[in-house]
Design a protein around this ligand. Structure first.
Ligand code: SF4
Length: 341
């Protein structure tokens, strides 16, 4: 389970990861003691509002944090090696080879001056000893695999000659061209329309299944997590506030923030005049409240919440960072229908 980093089948184990950004106004703790683990073949969803540290967590895993950011602590064990302790050339070999990443906006990740086929072929050649012709063949095969029609012709096109959905397919083809063990997908469909989003998720789910690949899926949308993930980590203001298997978190959320996120998911066939929204905004990282970071938005805030809550083990691989759980008095509230199962 994601909260338990011990076990033979664990592919990636992140422990107490801390990443900070130095600004003119002070230090921002963008990722503040995050721990989770992913088993081989499993999908772990990381969910939270924008600015909660989920993307910085992904970039920290691959050591792609640029100044003024810096990783200040923790470890990232991948297949028995700490990625944070590797040399620059070792981590470069892991990136795009054993761990691949797809981002929200493929236009910023694809090079506009090279054809899509050439970019995939170069990725293959960077990590495998194959000839140019073999790498090109692999590129066309990958474009075909991700459902791009007439892949041989499309491979010779430039990114701007493709639609947003097609470009995202190219990114997925490129990411999977080296048969990675882990795919990190950061809001992979946010820039696309709803129909294309569904197609891309279907594609990712199929490829993941066929290749027994693990996935770290980052999104602001718990509905996507319900569809795609086995386990979920809920992040708020740089911290993990709840984690567990998706089914039980969806049907029995503990942390008030998770409850708020769940109440804001639209459900087909449900008559609700308006969706609930979590009141207030994510706190300014340079001016965090003392105690529980969710305190200013929490309907259950109590005096004790002025002291920072710790992650309470709820059993069954679940945990929640809330005094209600630590004190064993989770509130009885009416929850929306479960989004999963
Ligand atoms: Fe709300 Fe207190 Fe729990 Fe924080 S610790 S989520 S303020 S009840």
């Amino acid at each position: 389970m994601s909260g338990d980093p011990v076990g033979n089948d664990i592919l990636l184990s992140v422990r107490d990861l801390r990443t900070a950004f130095d600004t003119m106004d002070g230090t921002v703790k963008a990722v503040d003691g995050v721990s989770f683990a992913i088993r081989r073949g499993e999908t772990l969803g990381v969910v939270g509002e924008s600015g909660c540290g989920k993307s910085v967590t992904a970039l920290s895993i691959l050591r792609l944090i640029e100044r003024p950011g810096r990783i200040v602590g923790g470890s990232v064990d991948f297949g028995g090696r700490d990625l944070l302790a590797m040399s620059e050339s070792e981590i470069r070999d892991v990136r795009g080879n054993r761990i691949a990443m797809i981002f929200q906006e493929p236009m910023t990740s694809l090079n506009p001056v090279y054809t899509c086929g050439r970019q995939i072929a170069e990725t293959v050649q960077a990590h495998r000893s194959v000839s140019r012709a073999e790498a090109w063949e692999k590129a066309v095969e990958m474009l075909d695999l991700v459902g791009i029609p007439d892949a041989g012709r499309r491979a010779k096109q430039f990114p701007h000659q493709m639609s947003g959905g097609m470009r995202q397919r190219v990114m997925i083809a490129m990411a999977l061209s080296t048969d990675p063990d882990l795919l990190i997908a950061d809001e992979p469909t946010t820039a696309l329309d709803v129909t294309i989003q569904a197609q891309i998720f279907e594609l990712i789910a199929r490829l993941r299944e066929e290749r027994r690949m693990a996935m770290l899926l980052i999104t602001h949308d718990l509905g996507v997590i319900a569809e795609m993930a086995d386990d979920v980590v809920v992040m708020y203001a740089g911290q993990v506030v709840e984690q567990g298997d998706v089914r039980s978190v969806m049907t029995d959320p503990h942390h008030p923030y998770t409850r708020g996120l769940l109440a804001s998911i639209p459900r087909i066939g449900e008559r609700r005049h308006r969706l609930e929204v979590i009141p207030g905004v994510v706190p300014n990282p340079l001016n965090l409240p003392a105690g529980c970071l969710f305190r200013r938005r929490c309907p259950y805030a109590m005096e004790i919440c002025e002291t920072p809550p710790h992650l309470t083990d709820l059993g069954g691989g679940r945990s929640s960072r809330c005094w209600l759980d630590a004190e064993g008095r989770a509130p009885e509230v009416t929850l929306p229908e479960a989004a999963h199962g």
